[in-house]
Write a protein that binds this ligand. Structure first.
Ligand code: 13P
Length: 286
């Protein structure tokens, strides 16, 4: 299985200033389509699961599905748990083979977040896994987690201290980004990414990828966002392509599930390929 540690994937991307796409997969078809895109583009890729998806399948079943689909894939892949405030789900996924977790404790005060994230880092290390840390909420609700309220942004000193003392492998800063579709043009604090990377050498995770322009992605990647999260775009392309197919099936009175799956797969693949090219990860598999 070409599964590689998250840190290796991100450290290479940070050194060469490209972004590894982290797609929030929702089922077997979306996993397979994202992997097919990575193979076609010769790109490393992160398969990301929300807590909701883990709960929907059950951790063991989801891991088995990923394992089966990844087995013969010849590009580097890593399996990551997205925003998770629940320590028991973190422990369960680490024990169950996830390569990396985002312990999202931004609702705790920074001191308690730091204390608990340090414990999660130790737990992950014991299993050869890695940790993304977060001290500020990313605006927008995703799969039932988060809030639509704008987050309090911590100072650079607080963020740098958190990264250094916890030993997280990746950090998710709030820089004016938001989950879901942007309702107005985002005003991004690019400099914060540069400052954090310069002070710590740790790669940043860019959340709220859906709706950013190619120029915004490329600027933030050049500043050190080595992990770029895409969720809403996958969900939309998956369901909109499904709707389009079903409307046509109804009009023609033809109901053929395999053609339906092929149509969905090609829509998800196209979306993934486009992001890999924009992020500069195409051709970067090793
Ligand atoms: P979007 O839903 O805006 O693509 O954000 C994805 C994300 O950041 C997942 O954590």
């Amino acid at each position: 299985m070409p599964v590689v540690p998250m840190k290796e994937l991100l450290d290479r991307a940070l050194a060469d200033r490209y972004g590894v796409p982290a797609f929030n997969i929702v089922n077997d078809l979306s996993i397979e389509a994202v992997l097919a895109a990575a193979v076609e583009e010769h790109s490393p890729v992160i398969l990301q699961t929300s807590v909701k998806t883990v709960r929907m399948y059950g951790r063991a079943q989801l891991f088995d599905i990923v394992g089966t689909l990844v087995r013969d894939v010849a590009v580097p892949v890593t399996l990551h748990l997205d925003h998770c405030p629940d320590r028991s789900v973190i422990s369960d996924c680490l024990a169950g083979g996830w390569n990396s977790v985002l312990f999202d404790a931004h609702e705790l005060d920074v001191a308690e977040n730091l204390r608990q994230t340090t414990e999660v880092v130790a737990e992950a290390r014991a299993r050869g896994a890695h940790v993304e840390g977060e001290i500020e909420g990313i605006q927008g609700v995703e799969d039932g987690i988060g809030s639509d309220a704008a987050s309090v942004v911590q100072t650079l000193e607080v963020a740098v201290d958190f990264i250094r003392r916890t030993g997280v492998d990746c950090f998710a800063p709030a820089i004016g980004n938001a989950h879901g579709q942007y309702t107005s043009a985002p005003v991004l604090d690019h400099q914060r990414v540069s400052d954090l990377v310069e002070a710590t050498g740790v790669p940043m995770a860019l959340h709220g990828g859906t709706g950013l322009s190619a120029e915004q992605f490329q600027d933030l990647i050049a500043r050190g966002c080595a992990k770029v999260n895409i969720s809403t775009a996958l969900k939309q392309v998956f369901l909109q392509s499904s709707l389009e197919f079903l409307r046509d099936a109804e009009a023609r009175g033809k109901w053929d599930p395999p053609s339906f799956f092929t149509h969905q797969r090609s829509a998800v693949m196209g979306m993934a390929v486009e992001h890999m090219r924009t992020f500069g990860s195409s051709g970067r598999a090793w």
